[in-house]
Design a protein around this ligand. Structure first.
Ligand code: ADP
Ligand code: ZN
Length: 811
């Protein structure tokens, strides 16, 4: 009986994202989980797809055949294929978006076309056609499409080529080419001698000039760095390259970034404390039960949570099953990986977006082939092709980085729960400040709650003071640093101890206004204020990357004078250098950590005592262990507290608790200062006291009263389009249809709709955005209602221009 493959195709718009059937050509060994190419759509152009099933079907005559089989062996197991379906149902992504999330980016392949003269084809009369003929005859072998087009100056699918193919003179063939993977960094340098460049330099645009000046100073730099420091887009560099003024080259980077080697230390050599041991034994019991269970390991920072799960991991590995270990940020992976490598040696694989494509692909294959039994990584590690999983650990489970903000919009915790259920594995969440939802579930008994009450050893929690910034004296030395904090920094410098300062705003000045009419400098593409960066002398949009010179005149009144205010990390760094000329100051934010492995470098330098004061965004707040840090300052607590979001208190509490916890982790006592204009806010006092239980008690009441998770689920529905009015209208129509369906077919379903209204940032990268929130129970029926309404929406031609996104666990 003929075989038929069910295939999901790449680049399917939501309106035609279906499973398509193709005939399997005789002898093609396609299996579910293999990628294929297949003719698609009216023009029958070939697309990539993934076979999700292969079945016998008596009548396959009317079906188109598959074109090629890309992978001889399936890339995805049956369990991972069912995860594809789960992702589509739960996060409203397309099939192929889900497939892509499960594959490493480097596994991409390209389709390539070649042209060749048919045997004994006669030379054509037409001069255009003759040119093609002569070129191919001269080459005497198949020529790649790109090469042919470039040599003859034709467009893709030019009429003359089509005509020649139709007449049989030419043959066009399709080839699947594996992309050559490069573990390389793109670098830029000037081409030729500077003297020779002088004539080029007079013709440069201001932006090109900025790039050239920068390259004259630094010699060479990565493309990413050039774009930032010269405040230009990549196209500016490209134009310099095509004009012959600059040159791109690649630099090889390590293929295996973390040193390999045998295990050096034995986790079992550590003697667990009584409460650690109780947690450990309970976790082993849960893992051995082979029932999919979730446990929450709740313990103050430094209580030994990591030691407990290292031991549990060992237990699971000894039982012959694999482990996925997730950490919230790339910056935290080096320390964790180091600890894991010490205990487990080469059995550890690493997956995160900081690796080059080659490295990720190598690690992915190693896991798939069973060459690694532990995967350490960030959010996407939850998709690791590991089989026979016994344990999934999510460290700092409350972190927002576990939620994907791009399609598929999944939360790693939910995916982990799905995989744990498939495998009968234990899901272990660990935190000093669990998410309110997880803690609620644990208190209700749905999660197993394990508590570590004490810090290990002699380490005490630091003393914390709250500083009212409104009470600072007039004429204070700094608007960002209180007099008290300045005095404490001096004390630490004198004592030779280190200090960490948290300021969650990068750049120099965060607000730039016209000195005459007070118009704020905003991005033309986004409804947000521009930030002034002293490193490149430009105003920058942190959302879309737009840059402008600060001396352009005010769009409202034409005036050139600007008033700069609102200190970011660059400004405070400068103030610190002026206040403490002898101090060694390190700034850490997205702008200083662009280069690969710069985190590692910074952290090892801090550990080695090369810096006295570290100022940075939240990347300095989390998870790291520096024994000589004895002072922590939160410069502006208010910006974190008052975001428009029901989770802002939870996030602020967690951030303050974590950063304060950086102080005094070893024998030396630590202290911390939180600067705020609203010292009466209870969240600050609770974080200062490291009182999670107190915070939880207040927060859960507020969630209950105002009906927020965990007392309901939230689904965010977003609309974005080029025109304000049309976008608003599309949102209105969605709501009307949603309400109609809910009333007609889903009576009794608990639903509460908020909006539609403008998104917090109404214009982003040139698109207007509206949003709607649905408080609901996110079960099968609610998803069916949402799916029905979304499918209706996608089928309306009038609404095509406005993109709809459905986002569960919306913030
Ligand atoms: P957490 O993950 O809860 O912040 P860690 O597991 O990192 O805590 O422990 C903090 C420090 O205390 C680490 O240096 C760790 O090695 C040490 N530690 C914790 N428990 C023990 C123990 N039972 N014996 C020896 N050292 C321990
Ligand atoms: Zn912008």
């Amino acid at each position: 009986m003929p075989l038929v493959a069910r295939v999901v195709v790449e680049n399917a718009a939501q309106s035609f994202d279906k499973i398509y059937s193709y005939r399997v050509p005789e002898g093609m060994p396609v299996r579910p989980g293999c990628r294929v190419t297949a003719p698609f759509g009216a023009g029958n152009r070939t697309r990539f797809g993934l076979a999700v099933a292969v079945e016998e079907e008596p009548d396959a005559a009317g079906l188109k055949p598959l074109a090629t089989l890309v992978d001889p062996e399936p890339l995805l197991s049956d369990k991972l294929l069912s995860l594809v379906f789960w992702l589509r149902d739960n996060t409203f992504c397309t099939y192929f978006d889900a497939v892509k999330a499960l594959l490493p980016p480097g596994i991409g392949v390209e389709l390539e076309y070649t042209y060749e003269l048919s045997k004994d084809a006669p030379a054509p009369e037409d001069p255009e056609e003759r040119r093609v003929f002569d070129y191919l005859a001269g080459r005497g072998k198949p020529v790649r499409e790109e090469a042919l087009l470039a040599a003859l100056g034709f467009e893709r699918d030019a009429p003359v080529l089509r005509e020649l193919c139709a007449r049989g003179t030419l043959q066009k063939a399709q080839e699947v080419r594996r992309r050559v993977l490069d573990g390389k960094l793109v670098m830029v340098r000037l081409d030729g001698e500077i003297g020779e460049l002088s004539d080029v330099r007079v013709k440069l645009t201001p932006k090109q000039k900025a790039v050239v000046e920068l390259l004259l100073q630094v010699g060479e730099a990565s493309l990413k760095e050039i774009c930032y420091f010269a405040a230009v887009g990549k196209s500016v560099v490209d134009r310099l390259v095509s004009a012959g003024a600059a040159r791109l080259f690649t630099r090889e980077i390590y293929r295996s970034p973390y040193a390999e080697g045998p295990a050096r230390e034995d986790a079992a050599a550590i003697v667990l404390t009584e409460e650690q041991n109780a947690a450990f034994e309970r976790l082993c019991g849960l893992a051995d039960s082979r029932e999919a269970r979730t446990a929450l390991l709740y313990g103050v920072t430094g209580s030994g949570k990591t030691e407990v799960f290292l031991r549990t991991i060992r237990h699971v590995l000894d039982g012959g099953r694999g482990v996925i270990m997730m950490v919230p940020e790339i910056s935290l992976t080096p320390q964790m990986i180091d600890r894991f490598r010490r205990y487990f040696g080469g059995r550890v694989a690493v997956l995160h977006s900081g690796l080059s494509m080659t490295e990720r692909l190598d690690e992915w294959k190693r896991i798939k082939n069973g060459g690694a039994s532990i995967v350490v990584g960030t959010r996407s590690a939850v998709f690791a092709p590991m089989e026979n999983i016994g344990l999934i650990v999510i460290d700092e489970e409350q972190e927002g980085t576990y939620k994907s903000e791009m399609s598929p919009r999944y939360h790693a915790r939910d995916v982990a729960r799905f995989r744990a259920a498939q495998e009968g594995a234990l899901l272990l969440l660990a935190s000093a400040t669990p998410s309110v939802e997880s803690f609620h579930r644990a208190r209700e008994g749905r999660y197993e709650l394990l508590t570590l009450k004490n810090r290990y050893g002699a380490a005490r929690l630091p003393d914390v003071a709250i500083l009212d910034m409104a009470a600072q004296p007039l004429g204070a030395q700094s608007a960002s640093l209180s007099e008290q904090l300045i005095a404490e920094l001096q004390r630490n410098l004198d004592a030779g101890e280190q200090s960490i300062l948290l300021l969650n705003r990068r750049g120099y000045n965060t607000l730039v206004k016209c000195a005459v009419c007070s118009t704020v400098a905003t991005c033309p593409n986004c409804s947000v204020a521009l930030t002034y960066h002293s490193a490149n002398g430009h105003l920058m949009c942190h959302y879309c990357g737009y840059t402008a010179r600060p001396d352009e005149s005010c769009p409202t009144c034409g005036n050139k004078f600007r008033r700069f205010s609102g200190a970011g990390t660059q400004k405070v760094e400068q103030e610190l250098c002026e206040l403490f000329p002898d101090a060694r100051v390190l700034r850490m934010d997205m702008d200083t950590t662009m280069a690969r492995f710069s985190h590692e470098k910074h952290f090892s330098d801090i550990l080695a005592g090369k810096y006295d004061i570290i100022i940075g965004t939240q990347m300095v707040a989390k998870g790291l262990d520096f024994p000589n840090v004895t002072l922590v300052g939160v410069l502006s607590a208010d910006s974190a507290l008052y975001a428009q979001d029901y989770r802002s208190f939870e996030r602020a509490f967690s951030l303050f608790t974590q950063v304060v916890g950086r102080s005094g982790r070893a024998e030396k006592a630590g202290r911390a200062y939180i600067q705020t204009f609203t010292p009466e806010n209870p969240v600050i006092a609770l974080a200062a006291a490291q009182d999670y239980d107190g915070f939880y008690a207040e927060e859960i009441d507020s969630r209950r009263i105002h009906l927020y998770p965990p007392f309901c689920d939230m689904v965010g529905i977003g609309f974005s389009g080029l025109e304000y009015a049309r976008t608003k209208e599309a949102a209105r129509q969605f709501l009307a249809e949603f309400a109609r369906r809910a009333k007609a077919d889903y009576a009794g379903l608990p639903l509460r709709v908020l909006g539609p209204c403008e998104s917090q940032i109404v214009k982003l990268a040139g698109k207007y955005r509206f949003r709607m929130a649905v408080k609901c129970r996110y079960d099968k029926r609610t998803r069916a209602l949402l799916r029905g309404t979304a499918d209706w929406y996608f089928s309306q031609p009038a609404l095509r221009g406005v993109t709809l996104t459905v986002d569960p666990k919306y913030e």
